[in-house]
Write a protein that binds this ligand. Structure first.
Ligand SMILES: [Zn+2]
Ligand SMILES: [Zn+2]
Length: 425
């Protein structure tokens, strides 16, 4: 029998998932890999029906607080650009956001929890969620009864999510997070400027949408600086513009598409109102009509302060000093973990994992050249298991005042030591 630690198992699962990425809500091979790696553990498994989701419950003391740990499982429609041994074997699909690592770390944590001498204070719910990259996978899991399952286990207390990050500002193996917003809300807009086509030499006989389109792009960017509180950051980007096919023809219409990122509901709504008003106003000034479509995406990720502080203490105790770095500013990326945080207080953390390429460039998440260092997965396994084992201190207690020791000191060893007999292959 070959012995394998939870950390080694996580790396093995990561390699398998990285080579075989799947996109969207249907990720059957991914789920099979995860289920096989969980075999033999004392878990109660619940599989999604309409989507390929998995919830595994590790029973804990009855009446104890429930901890929810979330991993996402889906990849992106990107062709992996770098050549390496683990390169994606699926054409046009790549784990460029590290979700393979998230899934693998949670599998490792399930093993570390099952093998630990410490018992969690209550049931631990581990969830593998597909379709994070724009497919509303979290909403789909909630529709399939996630909250009913969690509520049925006892008083809901907290939830945690972990995300790999390729960013030179976050060293490998360092966790980062913040109280309050850490990720932006997302919304997509499309504006159609309807004109009247014609001969390019006779502009007075047509209604040209192209100059209006140019004016609108400028006006939107000016409005972002003139109508908003400079201490409430937000992003608006026009990412796609389409109008006309020929140099001597006035186009019938121009289409602009873009994205809005904000950190509060009020801020998101204010920008949506501004986009509508500006599009209508610019169109009217040019004698055109504007049609504005705005599709809401994910809400902003808003973290519970007590959960962030507790996680920082636990990571420091489990892995050592310097392993938690407060996140100074929120990230303009979005994540549908936000939908779980709207229901269960908790926190979302980034784990530095980016590997620079031969030229020294560290490519960001979602880039075809991004590489993650698999050796940090062991730290993620330890952190996820430790946070589930260490109860959130009750407000007003010695623990909450930060004077008590977390019970997971030196817990990293658990992710590096042998698993229970029979858990190995
Ligand atoms: Zn992503
Ligand atoms: Zn992601």
């Amino acid at each position: 029998m070959v012995t394998e630690t939870p950390g080694e198992l996580a790396i093995r699962v990561y390699r398998e998932l990285h080579r075989h990425p799947e996109i969207g809500l249907r990720v059957p091979r991914t789920l099979r890999t995860i289920e096989e790696a969980l075999a033999g553990l004392p878990l109660e498994l619940h599989r999604g029906e309409a989507i390929d989701s998995l919830v595994a419950v590790l029973p804990g003391p009855a009446g104890g607080p429930v901890a929810v740990l979330r991993a996402d499982t889906d990849a992106l429609p990107i062709e992996e650009s770098s050549e390496h041994e683990l390169r994606s074997e699926i054409e046009g699909a790549m784990h460029a956001c590290g979700h393979d690592g998230h899934s693998a770390m949670l599998v490792g944590a399930a093993h570390a929890l099952a093998a630990s001498e410490l018992r969690p204070p209550g049931p631990v719910v581990m969830m593998w969620q597909p379709g994070e990259e724009g497919y509303e996978g979290m909403a789909a899991m909630i529709d399939e009864g996630l909250m009913e399952l969690v509520d049925g286990l006892g008083p809901v207390q907290r939830s945690y999510g972990l995300h790999l990050l390729s960013d030179p500002g976050v060293p490998r193996g360092v966790f980062t997070g913040r109280a309050g917003p850490s990720h932006a809300s997302t919304a997509t807009f499309e504006i159609v400027l309807e004109g009247r086509g014609g001969h390019a030499a006779f502009p007075h006989l047509a209604e040209d949408p192209v100059p209006a389109c140019a004016a609108l792009i400028s006006a939107l960017n000016v409005a972002m600086t003139r109508t908003r509180d400079p201490f409430d950051p937000a992003v608006l980007t026009v990412g796609a513009v389409a109008a006309g096919d020929a140099p001597n023809v006035i186009a019938e219409r121009a289409v602009l598409r873009g994205t809005i990122r904000a950190y509060s509901v009020a801020s998101g709504e204010q920008i949506v109102g501004m986009v509508r008003r500006t599009a209508d106003g610019i169109a009217a000034a040019h004698g055109l009509r504007a049609e504005v479509l705005i599709e809401g995406g994910y809400p902003s990720v808003v973290n519970d302060a007590a959960c962030v502080e507790h996680f920082a203490d636990v990571v420091t105790a489990a892995l050592g000093e310097g392993r938690f770095q407060p996140m100074r500013n929120p990230l303009p990326a979005g994540d549908d973990y936000a939908r779980l945080l709207e229901r269960i207080p908790g926190a979302f953390f980034m784990l530095g994992a980016g590997l620079p390429d031969a030229a020294g460039t560290m490519h960001p998440n979602h880039s075809p050249g991004v590489r993650f260092d698999e050796s940090v997965l062991v730290d993620g396994v330890a952190a996820l298991a430790a946070i589930a084992l260490d109860p959130l201190p009750a407000a007003g207690t010695e623990e909450a005042a930060g004077t008590a020791e977390p019970r997971v000191r030196g817990f990293r060893a658990a992710a590096d030591s042998d698993m229970l007999e029979g858990d190995t292959e």
